[in-house]
Design a protein around this ligand. Sequence first.
Ligand SMILES: [Zn+2]
Ligand SMILES: [Zn+2]
Length: 328
Amino acid sequence: MRAMMLDRAHEPLRLEAASAVPRPGPQEVLIRVHACGVCRTDLHILDGELAHPKLPLVPGHEIVGTVVEAGPQVTTLAAGARIGVPWLGWTCGECAYCRSGRENLCAQARFTGYDIDGGYAEYTVAHERFCFPLPPEYGDVAAAPLLCAGLIGYRALRLAGEAPRLGLYGFGAAAHIAVQVARHRGQEVYAFTKPGDAAGQDFARGLGAVWAGGSDRTPPTPLDAALIFAPVGALVPAALAATAKGGVVVCAGIHMSDIPSFPYRLLWEERMVRSVANLTRQDGEEFLAIAAKVPVRTATVPFPLEDANDALARLRAGRIEGAAVLVP
Ligand SMILES: [Zn+2]
Ligand SMILES: [Zn+2]
């Protein structure tokens, strides 16, 4: 099979044209990949900012595919089932986090496209308990960004609370989905892009943001909560400054540049800063049901599998409107 491999950080992915098709373990399924989203996290892995991937690695954790073979102990999936595979690839089920509904924090968790080979390939394997059935309304390419951008955005929205006026910092794959869910929940959305990114601001307004501007701007009204999707630590004090008393700033990315020091008055009056890590399977089930109901429409830019390096470069440069998706 064809697969795009990461041999070491700071190098482009390498096309392996005749890689062995993986064999499913007893509780795993072999999946023919139809589409795999490209996530900002993949760039953090390539850049060595997430420093301990398995190597060589097949990246990719927004996988849409069809089961072609089930391991001998698999009970819930059979050949022909269309499924999605997210970042959370395995948890122990036994630790204090797993037993308290916080499997996203499991100390032994294994992540797809990081600890486990992912979906930048024609085939992959996944544990049956960490595959989601996908809403039939979505085609394969359209469904891919739901599996990380959508899910993490949903968890971030949930942790931000009701927040009638919501800011989104960084208007990429995650925000373009979150704005639609937030509007469905009756929230007013204020979108912040890189200063001067008029196209990104138009994109945000087109999806229902009531206001869009550069991240150096002050919104016309204070925010009740802000979600930060861009990996830029300087946005934390900027978002706090834009947030009303008692507001919350949620950092949704897995990596961020250092947060500069800031005066305590920005945090004062019960403002909060928190992060969102990974996802639980409950987040996935809830979000996929809501996405179909809204209905969330994903904007995607498809690339052939072997153009993964090009897709990653365009994502890095901010030249993707919505989400890049690889199609093997
Ligand atoms: Zn655990
Ligand atoms: Zn991701």
